[in-house]
Write a protein that binds this ligand. Structure first.
Ligand code: MG
Length: 258
């Protein structure tokens, strides 16, 4: 009896901490300066996978993917003409397989007829480790930032709400763009405390935008990020963002565990 009361108190305390972490407004962690300088990338081409890569999407089907909110359900995004397009009502999708440290290549395209502004213009996201339903995980932001103003730690190439990209090498909507990522997953002690934070290096259209960046924790929309949840290897997740702009597409996704 005493023990259950104790755990009830512990639960109440941890819930109030969780609520406290959500205090404040989304804008509290959105920054507008310094603005990453524009860089025109060299020719951006589709990078064929090396011989030891695991192919996550080759243009044919979504056999390696499931729906995040119910991982027993197949992914419902649209596959046609060698590309997959976000199905916003179908929710986020993630790989069946889990990964720890890796090299990842992803190609994405904002449609030429994109509308909207700020975060409501071609928003998607590449979650480098999916550690729960919805948007839980570590998001490398995908957005049309060719000529679209938003907070700098929310633009394409940012570690969302943590680190702005070093520069802005966005191509205009309608063009295919590449992310090449080196991910070092966080490690945790037995008791759940952090042993070493996640680190990420990102090339966006062949241009360095994150250089061995040390993440503060999983992505948090409101409040300060921190490592609050011990986890091991995790799936890669793609975001079906709820804004009204036209859905973006992906192709040629491969990974090399490292
Ligand atoms: Mg996003």
């Amino acid at each position: 009896m005493k023990k259950s009361l104790c755990s009830l108190v512990a639960l109440a305390v941890s819930m109030s901490i969780a609520v406290a972490q959500q205090n404040g407004k989304p804008e509290d962690t959105e920054f507008y300066t310094p603005v990453p300088p524009k860089v025109t990338p060299g020719p951006v081409t589709s990078t064929k996978p090396p011989s030891d890569a695991i192919i996550l999407f080759d243009g044919k089907n979504l056999d390696n993917w499931v729906t995040t909110d119910d991982t027993t359900k197949p992914a419902t995004w649209n596959v046609s003409g060698g590309i997959m397009t976000v199905n916003k009502s179908g929710g986020n999708i993630q790989t069946k397989q889990s990964f720890q440290d890796y090299q990842l290549h992803v190609e994405w395209r904002v449609p030429k007829n994109i509308t909207g502004s700020g975060q409501a213009r071609g928003n998607s996201g590449l979650f480098l480790a999916s550690i729960g339903k919805g948007d839980e995980g570590y998001e490398l932001q995908i957005l049309d930032n060719y000529e679209n103003k938003t907070y700098v730690n929310g633009q394409a190439g940012s570690i969302y709400k943590q680190f702005a990209p070093l520069v802005n090498p966005n191509l205009p909507a309608g063009e295919w763009q590449n992310y090449d990522v080196a991910w070092k997953a966080p490690r945790f002690n037995e008791d759940g405390s952090l042993l070493s934070p996640a680190r990420v290096t990102v090339y966006f259209n062949g241009v360095l935008v994150q250089n061995n960046t040390e993440l503060k924790g999983p992505t948090q929309y409101i409040g300060q990020p921190a490592y609050r949840k011990k986890h091991g290897p995790a799936p890669i997740k793609l975001q079906a963002h709820g804004d009204k702009s036209e859905p973006i597409s992906f192709r040629n996704i491969w990974i090399r565990p490292a």
